[in-house]
Design a binder for this molecule. Structure first.
Ligand code: AHM
Ligand code: MG
Length: 336
């Protein structure tokens, strides 16, 4: 009997259906993605009621980056860790909020083949003011021996080795977008049933756009090539026959999501104050670079492809340029 056509599959149904196409797959990755979906739903509940309960504001602690930790950051971090630790597909995690990797050393976890890196709540300075924030995650197959606890080297793999990557955007609606090498798909949370529903099949990043996203406040601290490109964005005619529009939300997930859907470029360059930029290679830049590349866009640090960078440290930073192919090529000409 032929399978009936279904619309709006849930994330769980979608990942299970993917297994039909790959009968030899173990289902571990699908399970992991469903676990991440569950953590996302729990975080979404707290994000949505953040103004109602006393969860806003700082807990007074400072994370490994020297930044103020907000309560929601901590909640999101704990939620992710709990879900993945109690699941059956993850051998360990690395998070923006944890100094070191967290190794899950029970028997099931030691036999799991994946490690997950994440930024539990990106754009945290926007929490207090009801602006979109996000979660970013990256999944690697571990290189250490299955059956033993995972090791730091499992996490220090170049981005090109990612098996899957994704983000959740808590915006006007909540969406989960994830990529495997086969494509990028988006799911929108339907609050009436509490499920992520398949809403954006096979997302492709337009090759061009008319939006550039950069923090203009630091303009005079950027290197000459970056300034030249920004200047070009303000003067050169964009696709729509005018200068490009500047859109900078200050939540990278939201900025990159908009550019992924509509076309555009996002820049977080090095500056005099931040010689390596601000953003973290492993759990901020690599996952977004993977998604955007699978969708047809590009991502670099101004000198080399982000996904080719060999990480040295868990929390290392990198300048980051990401977006539509033609715009990235224009940028590259200015950076020479
Ligand atoms: P966070 O992980 O502390 O939230 O910082 C990352 C965020 C990005 O989402 C955003 O693009 C950037 O920091 C904004 O930084 P700035 O205010 O320096 O422009
Ligand atoms: Mg972040």
């Amino acid at each position: 009997m032929q399978l009936t056509n279904r619309q709006a599959l849930t994330l769980d149904e979608f990942t299970i259906q993917q297994l039909r196409n790959f009968p030899n797959a173990t289902g571990e990755l699908s399970t992991l993605l469903r676990e991440i979906g569950l953590a996302a739903k729990r975080i979404n509940v707290e994000v949505n009621k953040a103004g109602l309960v006393d969860i806003l504001g700082s807990i007074g602690a400072v994370n490994v980056q020297g930044e103020d930790v907000k309560k929601l950051d901590e909640f999101a971090n704990n939620e992710f860790i709990k879900v993945l630790q109690h699941g059956i597909s993850c051998a360990g995690i690395a998070s923006e909020e944890c100094d070191d990797i967290q190794i899950f050393d029970d028997e099931v976890s030691c036999n799991s083949k994946y490690v997950v890196l994440f930024d539990p709540l990106d754009g945290s300075s926007n929490i207090d003011v009801n602006v979109s924030i996000g979660t970013v995650f990256s999944i690697y197959r571990r290189t250490s021996e299955i059956g033993s606890p995972c090791t730091l080297n499992d996490f220090l793999q170049p981005g090109v080795k990612q098996i899957a990557a994704g983000y959740i955007i808590y915006g006007s609606s909540t969406m989960l977008v994830y990529a495997t090498r086969r494509g990028v798909n988006g799911f929108t949370l339907d609050p009436s049933i509490g499920e992520f529903c398949f809403s954006h099949p096979d997302i492709k990043c337009p090759t061009n756009g008319n939006v550039y996203s950069v923090n203009h406040g630091y303009f005079f601290n950027y290197e000459e090539g970056v300034k030249k490109y920004i200047d070009q964005c303000q003067h050169k005619a964009g696709e729509q026959g005018g200068p490009y529009s500047n859109r900078y939300i200050g939540s990278m997930v939201a900025d990159v999501h908009r550019n992924l859907i509509k076309g555009g470029i996002f820049l977080y360059p090095a500056s005099k104050q931040q010689p390596n930029g601000k953003l973290r290679l492993l759990y901020e830049c690599n996952p977004l670079a993977f998604i955007v590349e699978v969708a047809g866009g590009q991502a670099t640090d101004g000198k080399q492809r982000i996904l080719d960078k060999q990480p040295i440290a868990l929390h290392e930073r990198t300048p980051f340029f990401i977006g539509s192919k033609d715009m990235m090529e224009e940028l590259e000409k200015c950076l020479i």
